[in-house]
Design a protein around this ligand. Structure first.
Ligand code: SAH
Ligand code: SF4
Length: 411
């Protein structure tokens, strides 16, 4: 099947690209991603008293997440001697930006290199009155949704809390959003107002790190993006959904994409493990669910696959009784994808049925397509070491270890 790009943004060959050098692993542990409580413990470990650690932790936390500084030298309310001690022991620098591209429609995409050389992408989508940052939770994805570019990339690893929150810090840097020192923090205009966990990876398969990162992102003493403005999107990891509401308390989006199991089994293969009925049961019990806090159901529009009027009617029937929003996403093609986006009049007919059933069903305008920044187009070059290569290496290492042990053993 050939792809039919529904391109509204023209390719921009002049999109600025900032190229960086080769990443080197920081020798010192990073403080980014630690809660205030963890910071206190970390400072005690380098010899500060509990009292001083508590005071310094608050100061450092403020510098990192309210002012966005990347050097201990800038922490002017901390004595020079302590700053030097901190700089010796810890790192607070940003992850490396391999490239930053800006689409014709203002969408920005960063390719970020992690300390171990793996790469992830983060996307910022400006809209009138708000700006949404699409954050990655994993390098690659274990799941293999057939219409998703990330799904073709094997999982390399989970991101740490620091690497997740670090994406927000990079976006704030690039958008020039940190307040000047000595300026009041109240009424600072903001461009980055919302965060969606809709980048690379399945956030509920990296639960603890995502939860810890979102705690930092939403903390009123820090980055201060309210949980009402944070949305976590899942392909449907049913056993973690209730915990997500209870422990993270963020808004939930479900990648539904089909109203019948036989179609969803193909598009979102995790459906074979957790079919639609179980998924919707978990949604009905999502903590905090109400008409004011609805679940968003994402539905990618795939030509002749899930876009008939009957599909729309089935969808409406399925969601009956759940406080829901339906988000229709025109399929974003990527090199080698097998699907086509539904025709525009088909999307409109589908949306009409949804709207007539009483749902607000905005069609998500594709953004940043010229820089492959739209939903499902993200893919970094990081690939997991092939299993066969890994097994060979592990065997070799085990053999080597056995060899060394044998050599150490007195005869
Ligand atoms: N893994 C999570 C979050 C990341 S994907 C999840 O699946 O929900 C974010 C959203 O983009 C999901 O709704 C996903 O189904 C959708 N998506 C993936 N590939 C797409 C594509 N090529 N076109 C449009 N939407 C896509
Ligand atoms: Fe993974 Fe989400 Fe893509 Fe599915 S849609 S492969 S869960 S990133």
């Amino acid at each position: 099947m050939s792809t039919q790009p529904l391109d509204i943004a023209r390719a921009n060959p002049n999109a600025p690209t900032i190229t960086g050098g080769v990443a080197t692993a920081p020798a010192r542990p990073s403080l980014i991603g630690q809660s205030k409580k963890a910071l206190v413990k970390t400072l005690e470990r380098i010899g500060l008293t509990n009292r001083e650690s508590r005071m310094r932790a608050s100061q450092i936390y403020n510098w990192l997440y309210v002012r966005g500084v990347t050097s201990f030298d800038d922490m002017t309310n901390i004595s020079k001697a302590v700053r030097a001690q901190l700089a010796d022991a810890f790192d607070i620098s940003r992850m490396e930006i391999v490239s930053e591209q800006i689409s014709t429609d203002g969408t920005r995409k960063w390719l970020i290199r992690l300390a171990d050389g793996n790469e992830v992408e983060t996307v910022f989508i400006p809209e009138p009155g708000r700006g949404t940052l699409c954050v990655s939770s994993q390098v690659g994805c274990t799941l293999t949704c057939t219409f998703c570019h990330t799904g073709t990339q094997r999982l390399v690893r989970n991101l740490t809390a620091g690497e997740i929150v670090g994406q927000v810090l990079i976006a704030r840097d690039s958008l020039g959003e940190w307040p000047e020192v000595n300026t009041s923090l109240t009424n600072q205009p903001r461009t980055l107002t919302n965060v969606v966990m809709m980048g690379m990876g399945e956030p509920l398969y990296n639960f603890d790190n995502v939860r810890d990162a979102l705690e930092l992102v939403s903390d009123g003493d820090g980055l201060s993006i309210s949980k009402r403005r944070i949305t976590l999107s899942t392909s449907g990891v049913v056993p973690e959904i209730e915990r997500c509401g209870a422990e993270m308390g963020v808004m939930l989006a479900i990648s539904l994409h089909a109203a019948r199991d036989e179609v969803r089994d193909v598009l979102v293969p995790i459906n074979k493990k957790y079919p639609i009925k179980e998924l919707l049961r978990a949604c009905r019990h999502y903590p905090g669910l109400s008409n004011a806090r609805r679940i968003t159901f994402e539905y990618v529009m795939l030509k002749d696959i899930n876009d008939s009027n009957q599909d729309a009617r089935d969808l409406v029937k399925l969601l009956r009784g759940i406080p829901a929003k339906i988000n229709l996403i025109p399929f974003n093609p990527w090199p080698g994808s097998d699907y086509e986006c539904s025709d525009w009049d088909r999307i409109e007919a589908f949306a009409d049925i949804i709207n007539n059933a009483g749902y607000a069903s905005p069609v998500r305008t594709p953004r940043g397509r010229d820089i492959l920044a739209a939903c499902g187009q993200l893919k970094s070059e990081s690939e997991k070491e092939r299993a066969s290569v890994r097994h060979a290496r592990e065997r070799a290492e085990a053999a080597q270890a056995a060899d060394m042990t044998a050599a150490d053993t007195p005869a």
